[in-house]
Design a protein around this ligand. Structure first.
Ligand SMILES: Nc1nc2c(ncn2[C@@H]2O[C@H](COP(=O)(O)OP(=O)(O)O)[C@@H](O)[C@H]2O)c(=O)[nH]1
Ligand SMILES: [Mg+2]
Length: 195
């Protein structure tokens, strides 16, 4: 969180985290496409021709005032591929909350698990208290075949009962804004608590 008192801005950072190809970029693309231009900045994607995501995607959103401060949400995605661990950690730095985008396909469960534990490890190393850190979970790709039941995914990832979870189909836009709103609410609530 960063408050610019001069401009009356509250800067909040939400990171979309998850394994490669789970649909993190698709979430930001849908949010970008469905947000009025005066409330959003450009969708910046840093990638090469070969790589799916080299570094990150970035999108800034403005919201109505909270306590006379104008909140600006900075949304980032992390690259999911194993060799980008250092980038993921860097992007998580200063995060006020995370949306964990899990791939619902049965064949991806080991990737979800690995990504979840890597996320927890990074958060601990960065000094966060995981139990109070806002993490919203999205079970994406619900439109596909051979998907796992969400309660099984919850159990496998050992997701605490108090964590908000949403089913989604990011390419169709299903569940994308529900997930985002829950993340924004959780982040603002946490900032209020610590203020
Ligand atoms: N069927 C389906 N495909 C999806 C969904 N979300 C993402 N994809 C596809 O999965 C691939 C990876 O998505 P992307 O957003 O780039 O994943 P990222 O690596 O997590 O950023 C792309 O081909 C997307 O079109 C979804 O909900 N359903
Ligand atoms: Mg991506």
């Amino acid at each position: 969180m960063f408050i610019n008192w001069g401009l009356g801005e509250l800067n909040l950072k939400i990171v979309y985290y998850g394994p490669a190809l789970s649909g993190k970029t698709s979430n930001l693309q849908y949010i970008y496409a469905r947000t009025p231009p005066h409330l959003r900045g450009r969708l910046v994607s840093l990638k090469t021709q070969q790589e799916r995501t080299l570094l990150f995607d970035f999108l800034q959103l403005e919201m109505g005032k909270i306590n006379n401060l104008k909140p600006k949400f900075k949304l980032y995605t992390v690259p999911g591929q194993a060799y980008y661990a250092a980038s993921r950690r860097l992007i998580l730095q200063g995060a006020d909350g995370v949306v964990f985008v899990a791939d619902s396909q049965a064949g991806r469960s080991a990737d979800n698990l690995e990504s979840w534990y890597n996320m927890e490890q990074h958060l601990v190393e960065l000094g966060y208290d995981i139990s109070s850190f806002p993490i919203v979970v999205q079970f994406n790709k619900r439109d596909m075949q051979h998907i796992m039941p969400t309660n099984e995914m919850r159990r496998q990832l050992n997701i605490a009962a108090y964590r908000p979870c949403f089913e989604a189909s990011a390419i169709r836009g299903v569940g994308v804004f529900d997930t985002l709103k829950a993340a924004m609410t959780a982040v603002v609530a946490q900032v209020r608590k610590s203020a």
